[in-house]
Design a protein around this ligand. Sequence first.
Ligand SMILES: [Zn+2]
Ligand SMILES: [Zn+2]
Length: 349
Amino acid sequence: MASTMKALSKLAPEPGFVLHEVPVPKIGPTEVLIRVEKAGVCGTDAHIYGWDKWAQARIHPPLVIGHEFMGTVAEVGSAVRSVKPGDRVSAEGHIADLTCVLCRTGQAHICEHVKIIGVDRDGAFADYIAMPEYNVWKLDPAIPDEFAAVFDPLGNAVHTVMAAGVSTKSVVITGVGSIGLMAIPVARAAGAASVYAIDVNPAKLELAKRLGADETFDARTPGLVDEIKARTNGDGVEVLLEMSGSGSAIDAGLQMVRNGGTAALLGIPSDDVKINLAERIIFKGLTVLGINGRKMFETWYQTQALVKSGRVDLRPIITHVLPFDQYDRAFELMKNGEAAKIVLDVKGE
Ligand SMILES: [Zn+2]
Ligand SMILES: [Zn+2]
């Protein structure tokens, strides 16, 4: 094996990334070296690329970027038993300490000491990545490469839908970026009775329709809360899946939920959000869920089962598969809203 590899890194505290040669990571006895084949480009990567306030506070260059990927096991440490060279894998990018009270009580997805690949330690936009054996996910042969590369965000969608519990219920999704779009077929497969999608991007709303939303709405429509209520017997929907992180969308979304309903919040606001807690949540008796990451590994089993069943088809969502060296174009396409989900063909076959 070569001793160096291509990697896409943040090298200095400034916008942009650099594709350069770095040493191939060395693995310890409990680690797995994975040859990355395909990798998903995420909003998080775009924040790091653009070097916004969040990125400046969180990221310490030099750092290899990327956290959504699939590939083939190249090498395993001496203590690794569950995978072997040649296995097709993806991996959970949140590396928990596995020793704290949360990890020890089945809540590793909210471990306080979590390290995220491509954020806190070297990531997947590289020929190789080293992962702890615990985090490696062996792929079912029926899962296409492009879908496997985005199991991380698809898992976010699955975790949100499953936590909210949508079976037989009316559902509003506020914000149909890539994860909001993924949540539509997931909610359908999970038995949602009706799905309404809201966004400001007409192309994304069109996609939402194709993916199985009953109706789609521009978020700026006057009287939208009443429009949604009119479709649910005047009561409001039973479930809100908040995927936008926009303060006004969160406020409107909470108004659309009927008394006693559930709001699952995944979208991350860039600033503090002002909400009338009494009117929007307390008097309505809402259940509000904060959603972070994916359950380890319940969500991964659910995600793989849903994709394997054929009921969650990501082809309309993966709008671009680009060669590794066209990463600048990927971030351009994301910025102007043209792309839903972009996958980088890292290995380039
Ligand atoms: Zn991501
Ligand atoms: Zn922990």
